[in-house]
Each structure stands twice: as C-alpha cells, then as structure tokens.
Design a protein. Structure first.
Length: 225
C-alpha cells in the first residue's frame, strides 16, 4: 500500500456523522486513499451534536485508516429555509413519519456546490457521498450526481468526479461493513437531547431498526432509554 501522498487518490468525503458517511470515510481511508472529511454547517438544529460525534468518531479510527483532520465549511441556509423544521427544531418528524418527511430541499445540491469549489482550490479531484441503495430523493440518483459533476467540472475548469460507493448497498450492509468501528459514535438524530440521540425521531427509528435487522449490538446512547 502506498503511503498517503505517494500516488494515492485524493478523495473528499462529505461526512455528516451518520453511519453511512462515517463508514465511507473509514472505508476509503483503509484502502490507502488520502481522505479529507468535510462537514458543512448549514445552521440546522442538530448540527452541534452531530459535528461533535463526527469528531469523536474520526478520532477513534484505527491507526491504519486515518483520515486528514476534519474541514468544516459554513453555508447557512436559514434565509432560504425560513421556518422549516430543520432550522427551527419545531415539529420534528417522529418515528411514525415516512421517509419523505425528512427531505431537506436541495441538500445534495447545496453540499456539492460548496464542497466542489473547495475541492478545486485544494487539489481534490473526487468528492464522495454515502448515498445508499433505494434513496428516494431526486438529488440522490445517478443522473443528478453525473450532471452536477459535469457542471462543476465546466464551472471550475478542472475535472471533478462525484462518487457514491455505497449506492448499491443497504444500511444493513454498511453496518456490517463497519462492524469493527466505533459505530456508537456515529450520529443519526434530528432532535438531539442534551447532545445525544432522542430515540423518538424518524432518523433514530431508522437507526434502531437497522441495527436490529443487522444483528449487531446497538451501543448508541438514546435519551428515551
């Protein structure tokens, strides 16, 4: 395996702190890539707890799977989202809501708009996301990712690839892939209580169901437990 910087591919990973992107950071790092985790602060209600968990998770990575120090970029959306629940923290979708309830308008468009410029200015030709199989949203399909990669390459005057290495995988398969990692340090909650998972929101329910289906022990600290 090449040492970082000696011919290794340079990959920026958009890391939210959730299981999928956290495992993606570890997976790419363990393959010998130079991996730059990027966290984008939109000003959403759960971000402080999410970023803290992400930093702890990155600090727990095995010695042979180290990523570069986290880069955090500011991209506030309150002026666009207005009173949307993700900003206000009011009427957060609970465990009985469908996936569509947690849609964040243009999230991947916003993530890639900011990160693609950063990549161009910092010599990263690849940006990766932890998008999973069956993601129902319009900005999570191959047409969108291919299109924005082409547009960003044109706008920035240099090639940029947008990759989704887990697009053929389910969350259960990603959990299995990361079973050797400190998955309890990942964060999936949209209504954190004192910095921990609430246990009652849509994303906490999804997390609990995935762990149960995978057969892996769920060591997550839930506020309702």
């Amino acid at each position: 395996m090449s040492a970082p910087g000696e011919g290794a591919r340079r990959v920026a990973v958009l890391a939210s702190g959730g299981v999928d992107s956290a495992v993606l950071v570890a997976d790419q790092s363990c393959q010998g890539q130079v991996v730059q985790p990027i966290y984008i602060r939109f000003g959403l209600a759960w971000e402080r707890a999410e970023e803290e968990h992400l930093r702890r998770f990155l600090g727990s990575l095995p010695a042979d799977c180290q990523a570069l120090p986290l880069v955090a970029l500011e991209f506030p959306v309150a002026d666009v989202y207005g009173s949307h629940w993700s900003v206000s923290g009011d009427e957060v979708p609970d465990e009985d809501t469908p996936d569509s309830a947690v849609y964040l308008p243009g999230r991947n468009l916003l993530l890639l708009a900011k990160s693609s410029v950063w990549c161009a200015l910092n010599d990263f030709g690849v940006v990766a996301l932890g998008t999973l199989k069956g993601n129902p949203f319009a900005d999570s399909g191959a047409d969108f990712f291919n299109g924005i990669a082409s547009l960003a390459s044109l706008a920035l005057g240099r090639p940029l690839a947008v990759l989704t290495p887990f697009a053929g995988s389910t969350k259960i398969e990603v959990l299995e892939r990361g079973r050797h990692l400190a998955l309890e340090l990942t964060f999936s909650c949209i209504d954190p209580q004192e910095g921990e998972h609430c246990g009652r929101c849509n994303k906490c329910a999804e997390r609990r169901q995935a762990f149960a289906a995978s057969g892996l022990a769920d060591r997550t600290a839930y506020a309702d437990s």
